[in-house]
Design a protein around this ligand. Structure first.
Ligand code: PEP
Ligand code: MG
Length: 308
């Protein structure tokens, strides 16, 4: 019994019958790594690279980027680090890109779309990530934000491989991408669902708008259904499907996400122990059943009640 308690506090993510769901941390820089370690994260599931690009009028140099990325990779030797390429625009405006003229930035040139106008920003970043990974021993995976089509995923994966990085993935933040998850998995190694943006675009509700919290609820069955499409595609392809948005930090939702086919959850380090304990309370068959009930529920409140 003592062993089991220890596993729940600090071991790898598992259902009560041993089905693995990797528990990872979201970080913005090496400063966040100690908190991830203290919470026994199995790796980094989302390394947001915007920090380095904020509040400046010119792009950080390749060397500056290498230094920042290497610090995180070194600290994570032997573990997975999913690093996200620059996610600029909308709620993350970056002065050096001069995009302030857009009438509707959330639907504008943001995330991977910036690479259409400034391809060199992406190639420099990928080169810096490859150089930083070097011999640090970290298992570096690279993903792009705001991907909508197979063509975008194909092009991104090619750029990642060209930089000498072996693992390319895309974030699922746009409903069109979720619907075509099986297609995307033909060209990338993994998917990571960004539920903050996926909610925003599924419900046409600004993620910054507190008045719309009910639409942005992660228990909305329509959102869970899209997660399920991705999970199903991942199972069929034998490829990992993560969740790295705020939904991953909701302990009660963890068994539902596992049941939908999600193989890793990445969150703020402080949420890790609650999610680990919640997952350990259910068998994988129970998770599958809860997932089915939650997706079939008529609304978020009813979905919530299936897990209690
Ligand atoms: C998301 O959209 O869920 C996500 C993880 O990315 P960000 O919050 O940085 O947009
Ligand atoms: Mg996002």
């Amino acid at each position: 019994a003592e062993n089991r308690v220890m596993t729940e506090i600090s071991g790898p993510g598992r259902t009560s019958d041993g089905h693995a769901v990797k528990l990872l941390a979201n970080v913005g820089s090496a400063k966040n790594v100690p908190a991830a370690d203290q919470a026994h994260a199995e790796g980094i599931g989302l390394f947001r690279t915007e920090l380095l690009f904020l509040d400046r009028t010119s792009e950080p140099s390749r060397d500056e980027q290498i230094t920042a990325y290497r610090e995180v990779f070194r600290a994570m030797a032997g573990r997975r680090v999913v690093i996200r390429t620059l996610d600029a625009g909308a709620d993350k405006p970056l002065p050096f890109l001069h995009q302030e003229g857009e009438p509707n930035p959330a639907l504008g040139v943001r995330g991977l779309r910036v690479a259409r106008q400034r391809p060199q920003v992406l190639t420099t970043q990928l080169a810096a990530i490859a150089a930083a990974a070097g011999d640090t021993g970290a298992d570096v995976w690279v993903m792009a934000p705001m991907v909508s089509t197979l063509a975008e995923a194909t092009e991104f994966a090619a750029a990642v491989h060209e930089a000498g990085l072996p693992r390319a993935g895309v974030m699922i933040e746009v409903p069109a991408a979720a619907l075509r998850a099986a297609d995307l998995l033909r060209v990338v190694d993994f998917l990571s669902i960004g539920t903050n943006d996926l909610s925003q675009y599924t419900f046409a509700a600004d993620r910054m708008c507190g008045d719309l919290a009910e639409l942005l609820d992660y228990w909305q069955p329509a959102l869970l259904q899209l997660v399920g499409i991705c999970g199903e595609a991942g199972r069929a392809a034998g490829k990992p499907i993560g969740v790295c948005g705020e939904a991953a930090a909701d302990a009660a939702l963890a068994p539902v996400l596992a049941g939908l086919g999600v193989s890793s959850l990445s969150m703020s380090p402080r949420a890790l122990s609650g999610v680990r304990a919640s997952l350990a309370r259910y068998s994988y068959a129970e998770c599958r059943r809860l997932a089915e009930l939650a997706v079939a529920a008529p609304d978020a409140a009813t979905a919530r009640k299936v897990v209690s």
